[in-house]
Design a protein around this ligand. Sequence first.
Ligand SMILES: [Zn+2]
Length: 956
Amino acid sequence: MYKSKKHWVVASATVLAILGSASAVSADETGQSVTSSIETEAVLAIADNESEQDGTKELEVNKEALVTNDVTEEEKVAEKEAEVVSETEVQASETNTDQATAEKTDTELVSEQQEAKLSNATPADAGIKLRRVVDNSSTSNANQTTDTSTGTSAVKEEPLVSASVERKTLTIKYNGIIKNQEKIKFAVWSDNKGQDDIVWYDANNLGAAYVDLSKHKDYGLYHVHTYSFVPNTAAKGLNALTVTVAKPEIQTNINKTSAGNFEILINNVPDTITSVLVPVWSAKNGQDDIKWYQATKTTASNYKVNVSVHDHKNDTGLYNIHIYGQSVITGGLVGLTATSGFTNADSRANATVSMVNYAENKTSFDIVVAGNSNTKTVKAVSIAVWSQDKGQDDLKWYTPTVSGNKATATVNIANHSNTSDYYIVHTYVDYTDGTRSGTNLGSYKITKPVSKTVVNAELTSAGISLQVTSTSVNDYSKVKFAVWSDENGQDDIKWYNADKTGKAVASYENHKGFGNYNIHTYSFETGKAVGLNGRTITIAKPKVSTKIDQKDENTYTVQVSNVPLYISSVTVPVWTSKNGQDDIKWYKTTQENTSTYKATISVKDHNHETGQYNVHIYGYSKIGGSHLMGLAGTDGFVVKNVKTEEVKLSVSNYNANAGTLDVVLSETTNSKSIKSISVAAWSEENQKNIYWYTSSEKTNGQVKVTVNERNHGYIKSDYTVHAYVDYTDGTRTGHVAGTYALNADKKGSASQGDYEVINKVVYLDAGHGGSDSGAYYYNTAEKTLNLSMQKLIKAKLEAAGYTVVTTRTDDTYVGLTERSQKVNASASDIFLSIHFNASTSAAASGIETYYYQYYPEYPAKINTKYHNTSERINRSATLANAIQSATVSSAGAKNNGVQRNTFAVLRETTAPAVLLELGYMSNATESQKIKTSAYQEKLANGIVSGILSYYKKYDI
Ligand SMILES: [Zn+2]
């Protein structure tokens, strides 16, 4: 396969070489020799073509000649053989020819062709009549290479070689005289395929050869080269010409014959096409409906197809039509043309197109395209709008979205010339069936209203209240206000969107500074900022007025007026000149009206001092964010006289048989302010059983203590009660409450050696106090921590129904023996002394609880009878163990265990007594913990839990 092909390629190369040199000659001759003779032939062919009548006649003659030539089968065979022989010959000559010979042959050929040039003229000169086959369809169907420029000067002459095409036959005729032993051969190949399809045809004895083009299977240009072969002589090129086998050029017409029926007329179909096929499909859903129609032949060159949209799912819109023909040349289907197809239009009505919301003095209007189920389906809408002046320079297309078979476009003249003019509106609606409908809505006069914009600005409590009204605004929600203060340029500029009514509020918080505020108003209706207005408003610095009046002897009012709206509240600090600002009080004010505030000053709040009272005015300003600012100073006022009243003492809940009474001290409007009270009660001479009650718990101006006979040894007698009031100004007054008989039966108590008596009274002794701070570490005094713990434990016990008696409730020094005396005088069941620990070892930590250990070298002074009895020691041990374990557990602290010692309070107290060391202040970590209220709460819970378990054991 490979070898034979190669062989043929070499052979054709040789032929190419021969033909190539011929054309090389014509090039060298610059159109004078062979080329010129060929041109002459071409001119003649054209001249002949123009004579159609003659051509037709001659065609008939030639057909006869063809028939004659085709008659004998022998001749046909001979032709075929000749082709084979010719090919063999060429191959043979090629085989015997080396490169040198080939070159020589070329040279010879050149000279021979130069001679042939002269001999070519001979047949023409001889006046042999030209015989040509003329195609009546067009000159291109069977013409030779032409040059029309010299056509007119041509004379009818018969060319040396002529060629013509009819249907699938190319007829070649050598018109010269064939000499004895001379053989004429024609080399024929199509231009498209190069010399791949070259075939040699032998002329018959009349000089004719008939080429079956279906063997070449190609339309287009064919080359025909004519050679003379005489035995023992080199082959001689006589002529080169080209002939065109024209491609079919059909014409189509598509007509609508009735609704949904179309006919496709296909005309000018050449006879090389034997049948016509027409695929038709709608553009909708691809080729799902494609149908191949066999066209009906109506006349020799005309075909027809009828298409019904019923065969195509009744699709509307564009139909695609291609035309194919069965070709005798190619032996297969060839595409003849694609047509523009046809459109199967929807028969329903178009959608309505209308203009709404038009008014001459309005700068916008709407175009509405509205379809429904009875109209065509709207696919797209394009609306062209422009103003009449200066043509379409301001034309703009609107392409509104189609939804639900409807579309609306809002035309705003701001999108166009934005002038008073006639505006022209053309609307185009594209439907889904491929049709388009244009509507000229005409021109509309718009007289632009004279633009008038007013921006109102007003200071309110919320900010600058803004309101725009403008004749050039249709949609106020597209308006924005830019607001900034002159102070520091536009550092505080902020944009505010107007609401639908044109309102907005510029909050004070968003801006800074006093003075001039700029307000610029813009419309963004067209997407671009259009300035509407510029104005300013002033936010003045506050300039309040004050007025101070005396209301009564101890009361003064301060009225603050002209308070700006950006001040949200007013506050009035007042203090006396005496002792600096020790008595300063910030008075809240009440708002009288939008700009007036009032404060009421009571001299009671200033220790009823006389002299100069200083009054300043402050307010919270919203500008730049809420902050306190000074609004004004004043001259203040001078208080010359004050009316002071004594606090009122009263006794309530007096019950002689229960041995109790309440002493209550009450403030009045004009009295001084109570800090704390101390009440002393006694019945014995020399105040032997005196007991001090103290309290600083003030409720509604009242401080109360309860006197209980129990605290006085249950001595039935008349009790003298005195009260002392300590005021916040540091002064003190004494008050006689009177004498009250207390007759409760003595119940006894552990604190007095009656251990079986349970009174549910707990004595808490906060260690140290006053000048004795106890341990002091990390800026914290033990005495303070002890008092905090006592307060927590006391509250929890009282909540559980116990009475709590204490040594001290404030930072007061109390001696150690004095503490035990107080316990022993009370009706307490148990005694707890509260402490925090310290060590020279920084690592020491944890909790320990002590009870009494007798050491002979430390004899008891006031508790000689009970200090070391087994009853007291056992009860003390029980209490110590209960508290230690519960507290360690609750606090999660290190357990240093229960320990024993001869501390004075443990030794001299008659009741069961313990001393708690609740943690090491000297330990950095524990020190931090014990200062927190959360840890103190855990300690207090543990201690109270221990106390309650003691009561559970002894209280039956
Ligand atoms: Zn201590």
